[in-house]
Write a protein that binds this ligand. Structure first.
Ligand code: DSN
Length: 417
């Protein structure tokens, strides 16, 4: 159905879609976990493969007519394994959280101890948070970052691992701006006889481009989402050593999921093809350069960045020096057309709904073509809003400047009318 037909048939949905395209065009989006997919990925997601049931795996399906989806799934697996140098890949997880759950269900028993990065220090809900099934089914323990450096202290991880003897260690984060030493995690896991799961959801694109160490040679399991720096459709992947392949596949189907979303798997295939192009490596390098330029500029404007800077696509800005909360900052910046999220900072005394920080990421502005000068301009917009958080006049002024800057980097223009 064309946009025109949708407008006639369902004007409410058509209007919401158009408004979303306008929002994505007119705002500077700095949410570190989001990205803008290519038109190709977008169109494959809206393709006829959404129609097909394909429970099972290629050549072993529970439905007829799977010859075309089989080709696509095989292609996706092949590309994913090649890019990440993995022995096995399951491309069916609907999300990163379901990928993590599948790994736990494959090798852990209820009540087993797990050790992940604390949510309050940059970890993820699915790494053992009490409000998530991972923290309810298993006995969660946490490690964090050092108060002095804002970085993971591997000696401290080792000390905790020896004390709690986890069955699984989870390496990976949602709000950590430094290189993760997966080899060190593997050594610790080996010492205590734990499985190692590396959750690379945030940094998968950087790893695919060779700009962050790859955990695949070390970890028993690697999980990721496909829609963050990797810039594919919304979904998950699980990589593992060959010896776990059958068990992981059985956990995903029939254990945890029914029919795979073949249109999304086709989108993953296309995104992985894009990830093999030289332009992709340049994109990821620019994501990092932009994040570093933005961090440097914010520091020169007086902000504190947790750990003092960034090696990847994001940073955590500590707002305590400005005397404002993350919540106030998120709301004021939102009114100025700058979209990001409040975020707890390590050792935060403010509650999670308030927080003392914001998380800032550069994947989207880089997809739009912005470079270091633009990143510095965006840091200036942030600073101006945060200095005049109660001035609607300044916020309106910045909003106009944001719109005008965005007009130089248009996206999804065919979806605007
Ligand atoms: N919710 C994602 C993030 O924002 O980091 C992780 O799943």
């Amino acid at each position: 159905m064309s946009t025109g037909l949708l407008r006639d048939f369902d004007p409410e949905v058509a209007d919401a879609l158009r408004e979303e395209a306008v929002r994505e065009n007119e705002q500077i989006i700095l949410i570190a976990s989001e990205n803008y997919v290519s038109d190709t990925v977008l169109s494959v997601q809206g393709s006829v493969m959404t129609n097909k049931y394909a429970e099972g795996y290629p050549s072993k399906r529970y439905y007829g007519g799977c010859e075309n989806v089989d080709r696509v799934e095989e292609l996706t697996v092949r590309r994913a394994k090649e890019i990440f140098g993995a022995e096995h890949c399951n491309v069916q997880p609907h999300s990163g959280t379901s990928a993590n759950l599948a790994v736990y269900l494959t090798v852990l028993k209820p009540g087993d101890a797990i050790l992940g990065m604390a949510l309050s220090h940059g970890g993820h809900l699915s790494h053992g948070a009490g409000v998530n099934i991972s923290g309810q089914l298993y006995q969660p323990h946490t490690y964090g970052v050092s108060r002095e450096t804002g970085r993971i202290d591997y000696d401290e991880v080792r000390r905790i691992a020896h004390a709690v003897r986890p069955k699984m260690i989870i390496a990976g984060a949602s709000a950590y701006s430094r290189i993760i030493d997966f080899e060190a995690f593997q050594e610790i896991a080996d010492e205590v006889g734990a499985y190692l799961l590396a959750d690379i959801a945030h940094i998968a694109g950087l790893i695919a481009a060779g700009l962050h160490p790859n955990p695949a040679p070390y970890a028993d399991f690697v999980t990721t989402t496909t829609h963050k720096t990797l810039r594919g459709p919304r979904g998950g992947l699980i990589f593992c050593k060959g010896k776990y392949a059958k068990a992981i596949d059985r956990t995903i189907f029939p254990g945890l999921q029914g029919g795979p979303m073949m249109h999304t798997i086709a989108g993953k295939a296309v995104a992985l093809r894009e990830a093999k192009m030289p332009e992709f490596r340049e994109y990821q390098a620019q994501v990092i350069r932009n994040a570093q330029a933005m961090a440097d500029e914010l520091i020169s404007l007086g902000d504190a960045i947790v750990s003092g800077g960034t090696d990847n696509h994001l940073m955590l800005v500590d707002l305590r020096g400005r005397g404002i909360t993350g919540d106030q900052a998120e709301k004021a910046l939102g009114r100025a057309g700058i979209s990001l999220n409040k975020n707890v900072i390590p050792f935060d005394e403010a509650p999670p709904a308030v927080t003392s920080g914001i998380r800032v990421g550069t994947p989207i502005i880089t997809t739009r073509g912005m470079k270091e000068d633009d990143a510095r301009i965006v840091a200036g917009f942030i600073d101006r809003v945060l200095r005049h958080i109660d001035s609607e006049e300044v916020i309106r002024e910045v909003q106009e400047a944001v719109r005008s800057h965005c007009r130089r980097f248009p996206v999804y223009t065919d979806r605007l009318d």
